[in-house]
Design a binder for this molecule. Sequence first.
Ligand code: ADP
Ligand code: NA
Length: 327
Amino acid sequence: VKKQVVFSAIQPSGTITLGNYLGAIRNWVKMQDEYSCIYALADLHTITVRQEPAQMRRNIIDAYASILACGIDVEKSLFFIQSHVPTHAQIAWILNCYTQFGELSRMTQFKDKSKKHADNINAGLFTYPSLMAGDILLYQADKVPVGADQKQHIELTCDIAKRFNGLYGNVFKIPEGFIPKNGARVMSLQNPLNKMSKSDENVNGCVHLLDSPEVIMKKFKRAVTDSDACVRYAEGKDGVNNLMTIYGAVTGKTFEEIENEFAGKGYGDFKTAVGEAVVEELRPIRERYERLVADKGYLAECYRKADEIAYKISSRTLDKVMKKVGF
Ligand code: ADP
Ligand code: NA
């Protein structure tokens, strides 16, 4: 039997976060044996926000090495760099012409980002979802493992694909989002109403994959909680809920097990336990990262090979699309 195709991508817009890891990358790693996995560093998406070129170049290599360090195996999976594969920009243009202004206007990520970057609300920020749709549809993906914040974009991808198929016959496979049960929405440790993000302005709100154990412990000790002084999952306890989510995702424990473990104990003990669990989860990743990033030649060999294969696979879909349109 032919394996189902998995596609997912991540932006190299800064160092990878614990949210990216628990919401997405950890699943990428798990899916490698059962599926035919195709992963991309979505650097074309990153320039929707202004980047400093030298920093951008470093971020791309850092992110590539970080993700390999998480356990992506280039013998099993394809892991390429989006800007190296021109079919992505090509299909994005075509799909833009099959995506409605109204649909893009409803995307909550666009609304959030245009508030945040009010001085640069560029057309790319607006059409980001049609590029993402192209990324996925080029590979005829069955499943797309993402965090909960990408649900709306996946739905739009399906709408665009169905619209195109409706006009021209079965060109695209209709993909399915794959959102983890635990870890899909990791929130900022300082403002648990906002998602943990690379671009968090409060440095203590975001745990990075490559933070040292000391820094990780410090961030968890300073995490915002509440005055209830009881480790339980309940409405309004956003800080504690978030810490329980993280602890559960890392240890595999249920909320009930966590509540029992910390019954009668204070938040101090709880935060220390969460911090230590995260430190242990990330330790081997950081060690592998150090080795990988020191070998730029090996990294280049990995992505060049993958870029080439990605180009071949995606060209098959792009050729079909172009013919259907009338080119
Ligand atoms: P970011 O939002 O940090 O810029 P990306 O947009 O590149 O990251 O998203 C990469 C993947 O990480 C996506 O699948 C996204 O859903 C997931 N992700 C991002 N932030 C979080 C979070 N706080 N919790 C869970 N998953 C997340
Ligand atoms: Na995102």
